[in-house]
Design a protein around this ligand. Structure first.
Ligand SMILES: Nc1ncnc2c1ncn2[C@@H]1O[C@H](COP(=O)(O)OP(=O)(O)OP(=O)(O)O)[C@@H](O)[C@H]1O
Ligand SMILES: [Mg+2]
Length: 324
């Protein structure tokens, strides 16, 4: 055992003849924001359920805060918070009452002090007396996170924290997640199928598909693994490419119907040399394509992550709202 917040060793989970996890291994350092990025059915929620002691693995081992999730589930539960897309708030109760309910379930003493601190931090103090049925989706999510932090966990699991949120609410939540990580010193494992979210928030990301980790690293490492940035030039007339091809930082040059695509390691660093090596009066426009985590996913699986993901929870949320 070492000092990692989470240590996962060759986890396998089968539901009947469905293999949800096919041997997953990774570790999360204390203080990290770690992301599991993958499409529907990848095994993200299953991983969280095993790590929070909600379901046992078929085989393999996992340690959370130094405790074995199978043998010491209570030690684990005391040290982790969990926010999922399943509703945990009671719409008829206000924020205080929801927090009190959770405090009783968790056995948190002096909860009111902690709740006040969290509500203040999360900018919910003003609305805390209103039934949460009237909250916006973003406010609900904030209160869910506050609820999960009531017992001061070391590690917070966020399962698709921004699913169904609009752009503004998502940005607000990203800030909040960073604050919880930095100011409260909480290690965070989150799942998402939004590549920009993994990119913006996570120190390291594991790309998971069909129960297997396909790649793991910092967003920058993952993006550079797909082989560089592309400078695309639109040209008016044919130009001599020989000098361009000899540049040391140019990895590949492809020319076709009025376009030249130049693959380089770092576009910003190589563009000046590209400009010098060509008759630039023939160039109509210049565009830089940088790889995203979607490029990485595409390269690994042949599919775009958004294409292989259905956001069905948004419909559940809509149905829930329409019933009120
Ligand atoms: N309780 C269960 N019984 C049977 N199969 C299950 C159960 N839970 C999950 N699975 C299956 O295990 C696989 C992984 O599911 P999981 O919920 O972990 O995926 P996910 O990455 O969280 O997907 P999503 O993005 O849709 O939430 C899927 O094929 C799913 O159908
Ligand atoms: Mg899931």
């Amino acid at each position: 055992m070492n000092g990692n917040a989470i240590e996962v060793l060759d986890l396998v989970k089968r539901y009947g003849n469905v293999t949800a996890l096919a041997g997953v291994t990774f570790s999360v350092s204390r203080g990290e924001i770690f992301g599991l990025l993958g499409p529907n059915g990848a095994g993200k929620t299953t991983t969280i359920k095993i790590l929070t002691g909600l379901t046992p693995p078929t085989s393999g081992r996992a340690y959370v805060a130094g405790f074995d999730v199978v043998r010491q589930p209570n030690e684990v539960k005391r040290r982790v918070g969990w926010v999922s897309s399943e509703v945990i708030l009671d719409d008829d109760l206000n924020a205080w009452e929801n927090l009190e309910l959770q405090a009783r379930l968790q056995g948190v003493r002096n909860w009111r002090e902690r709740a006040t601190e969290l509500l203040k931090y999360f900018d919910l103090l003003q609305s805390a007396g209103r039934p949460v049925g009237g909250y916006s989706t973003g406010m609900r999510k904030k209160l869910e996170i506050a609820t999960a932090l009531l017992h001061s966990p070391e590690i917070l699991f966020l399962d698709e924290p921004t699913i169904g949120l609009d752009v503004n609410a998502r940005a607000m939540l990203w800030d909040l997640i960073r604050t919880v990580n930095r100011e409260f010193g909480v290690t965070i494992l989150l799942t998402t199928h939004y590549m920009e979210e993994a990119d913006a928030l996570c120190n390291r990301v594991a790309i998971i598909n069909l129960g297997k980790i396909m790649a793991l690293g910092s967003p920058a490492e993952l993006k550079s693994s797909v082989g560089g940035e592309v400078v695309e030039l639109e040209i008016e007339r044919p130009v001599d490419l020989s000098a361009l091809k000899r540049l040391p930082d140019v990895l590949d040059v492809a020319a076709s119907d009025g376009k030249i695509r130049i693959t380089v390691r770092k576009a910003d660093e190589t563009i000046p040399a590209i400009v010098k090596s060509l008759d630039f009066s023939a160039v109509k426009s210049l565009k830089v394509e940088k790889p995203t985590l979607d490029t990485v996913f595409m390269k690994l699986t042949g599919k775009r992550i958004e294409e292989s993901h259905v956001d069905y929870r948004r419909f559940y949320a809509m149905i829930r709202r329409s019933r009120r």
